[in-house]
Design a protein around this ligand. Structure first.
Ligand code: CS2
Length: 468
C-alpha cells in the first residue's frame, strides 16, 4: 500500500494544504509531537498559513519517541486528522509540520533549531509530569531524573526545561533575540509555571542568563482544548479508507476545538485566529473553566469507568446515573468560577455532556486515569478549597476524590509518577483505619486547607466506604 507523502494525489474532496509547502520555512519549534499537538496547534498553524502565508512551518520535536519522528519523515511530515461526531467523519491532511526530530536521537539538531534566529516561538505539549515540578514548592524538582541530569549537564539537556534553557543560552551568547515560550499543557497559569522553572534552571548555571531570561523572554499562558484519544489500529484502517493511502500518523479527534492565548509575544506570531484562536489579556478565567469543568469531570468519569469496568468515556456516559453524577460535579465546579468573558457557562456544560457522550470517539478511561497525582490538584483539590472558602461543603469534590482513592485501591497497575507513594499511603490508611491522615498528608498533593479540614477528610472517607 502506498504511504501518504508529498507525491500522493489526494482526492479533491479531501481538505489539504492550499499553500505552497515547498516554500514553507520553519518559524516554530514544537516539543511533544503526540496526538494532541497534531490535532490542535498544528491545525491552527495550517489554517494560519492558508489565510496568510509566512515562515511559520513547525519543527516537531519528540522528546522520547524515535518512531513518530521516523514515521513523520517517511511521510514528508504529512498526516491526516479525522474529525468525528454523530454527523459523520471529515478528514483533513495537515501540512504545517516541516521537519520532525527525535531529541533522544538528534539532540544537537534540536538545539541548533532552538538557536536559529528564524525560530520565533517554541510551543509545548509534553504532559504535566514532564516539566519536573516540585509538588511542594512549585519550583524545579531536583529529584526528577531528567531535571537532575540537566542541572549537572546543562549543555546536553534531556528535559524540556533543559532544552528551553540551553536554547535560550545559545541565543543570548550569539546576541540573538529570544523566542516566545508558549506552554499548551493543562496546568494552571501554565506560562508562569514554565517561566519559573526555566529561570530556576538558568540561575543554577549562570545568574546573568536567568536575569536576561526574566527580562526578555515572554511565556504567555494558554488554554487548549480538544478531545484527542490515542490512535488505535482502527484509526489507521479508517484513515486508509478515507485517504486511499496508508497513514501511520493519522489521528481521530472530536470536531470541537478551542485555543485561548495570552497576547504576549516577544516577536511575530502566526495568524492563529484564522483557525479560531482567541487572543486575550487574561487567560485565567478560561483556563479555570476548562480545568474544572472539562478536566475535573473527565477525571471523575475516568475513575468511575475504571471502577465500573467501562472501557471508554462514551460507555460511562451511556449510564444515566453516571451522567447525573457528572452533572452534579459540574454544578459544584461552576460555582467556584467567576464569569468567563463571552461564554455562557450553562451552555458550555451542556456541550461538555454531549462531547463526552460522542459515540464516534473511543477515549479510554484508562488513558485519562493516568497521572492522577499530577492532574487532580488543579482539577479537584484547588476547586474544593475555593468551594469551602465560599462557605460550601465541597461534597462533590470529596466524592470525586473518594472515587479516585477507590480506583487506586482496586487497580491492578497505577500509571502515575507517584504511584509507589500513593499505593503505600492507601495501604497504610486501610491498615490503620479511620484515624490516620497519611494519604492526605502526602507532600504536595492536597492543599494545606484540605489537609487541615477534618470534616472534609471524614467526608471523603465515609464516601469511600459507601463506594465499597
Ligand atoms: C484528559 C485531557 O487525559 C486527560 O487527562 O482530561 O487530555 C483532555 O482530553 C483534554 O484536556 C481535552 O482538551
Amino acid at each position: 500500500m502506498e504511504r501518504l507523502s508529498a507525491r500522493t494525489q489526494l482526492h479533491d474532496l479531501i481538505e489539504s494544504p492550499s499553500y505552497d509547502r515547498q516554500a514553507l520555512k520553519p518559524g516554530i519549534v514544537h516539543i511533544g509531537l503526540g496526538a494532541f499537538h497534531r490535532a490542535h496547534q498544528a491545525i491552527y498553524t495550517d489554517a494560519a498559513l492558508a489565510h496568510a502565508f509566512g515562515s511559520w512551518g513547525i519543527v516537531g520535536v519528540s522528546l522520547r519517541s524515535m518512531e513518530i519522528a521516523q514515521d513523520m519523515r517517511a511521510q514528508n511530515c504529512l498526516y491526516s486528522v479525522v474529525a468525528r461526531d454523530r454527523s459523520g467523519d471529515s478528514v483533513r491532511v495537515v501540512g504545517s509540520i516541516v521537519e520532525a526530530l527525535a531529541a533522544n536521537e538528534d539532540g544537537k539538531t534540536v538545539l541548533a533549531r532552538l538557536a536559529d534566529p528564524a525560530i520565533h516561538i517554541v510551543t509545548l505539549t509534553v504532559s504535566e509530569k514532564a516539566y519536573g515540578i516540585d509538588p511542594v514548592n512549585g519550583g524545579l524538582d531536583h529529584a526528577h531524573p531528567a531535571i537532575a541530569h540537566d542541572l549537572k549537564s546543562p549543555i546536553s539537556p534531556v528535559s524540556v526545561v533543559g532544552y528551553l534553557t540551553e536554547g535560550l543560552a545559545r541565543r543570548r551568547a550569539a546576541g540573538l533575540p529570544p523566542f516566545t515560550v508558549l506552554c499548551c499543557d493543562n496546568l494552571p497559569s501554565n506560562g508562569r509555571i514554565v517561566r519559573r522553572l526555566v529561570i530556576e534552571m538558568a540561575a543554577a548555571r549562570d545568574p546573568a542568563l536567568a536575569e536576561w531570561i526574566s527580562e526578555t523572554v515572554s511565556f504567555p499562558c494558554s488554554m487548549v482544548d480538544r478531545i484527542v484519544p490515542a490512535a488505535t489500529a482502527e484509526t489507521r484502517v479508517r484513515a486508509e479508507k478515507l485517504l486511499g493511502v496508508e497513514d501511520r500518523l493519522s489521528i481521530e479527534a472530536e470536531t470541537f476545538s478551542q485555543w485561548v492565548i495570552e497576547d504576549d509575544f516577544v516577536g511575530e506570531r502566526p495568524a492563529w485566529e484564522a483557525g479560531g484562536a482567541l487572543f486575550v489579556e487574561n487567560v485565567e478565567p478560561y483556563e479555570k473553566m476548562k480545568l474544572r469543568l472539562l478536566n475535573g469531570s473527565h477525571s471523575l468519569i475516568a475513575y468511575l469507568g475504571q471502577l465500573q469496568k467501562l472501557e471508554f468515556v462514551r460507555d460511562v456516559m451511556a449510564v444515566p446515573e453516571n451522567v447525573a453524577l457528572v452533572r452534579r460535579h459540574m454544578q459544584a465546579a461552576v460555582r467556584t468560577l467567576d464569569p468567563v468573558p463571552g461564554i455562557d457557562l450553562a451552555h458550555y456544560m451542556d456541550q461538555l455532556v454531549e462531547r463526552f457522550a460522542n459515540p464516534a470517539i473511543a477515549h479510554r478511561t484508562q488513558q485519562i486515569a493516568m497521572d492522577g497525582s499530577q492532574k487532580l490538584p488543579q482539577r479537584l483539590f484547588q476547586p474544593a478549597v475555593d468551594a469551602l472558602s465560599g462557605g460550601e461543603d465541597a461534597a462533590e469534590f470529596a466524592f470525586a476524590t473518594a472515587v479516585w482513592i477507590a480506583y487506586l485501591k482496586q487497580a491492578e497497575t497505577v500509571d502515575d509518577p507517584r504511584a509507589k507513594e500513593l499505593l503505600k499511603a492507601v495501604a497504610e490508611e486501610m491498615a490503620a483505619g479511620d484515624e490516620t491522615v497519611s494519604f492526605f498528608a502526602m507532600p504536595g498533593l492536597f492543599p494545606s486547607e484540605l489537609q487541615a479540614n477534618r470534616a472534609w477528610r471524614e467526608q471523603v472517607k465515609s464516601l469511600l466506604k459507601s463506594l465499597q
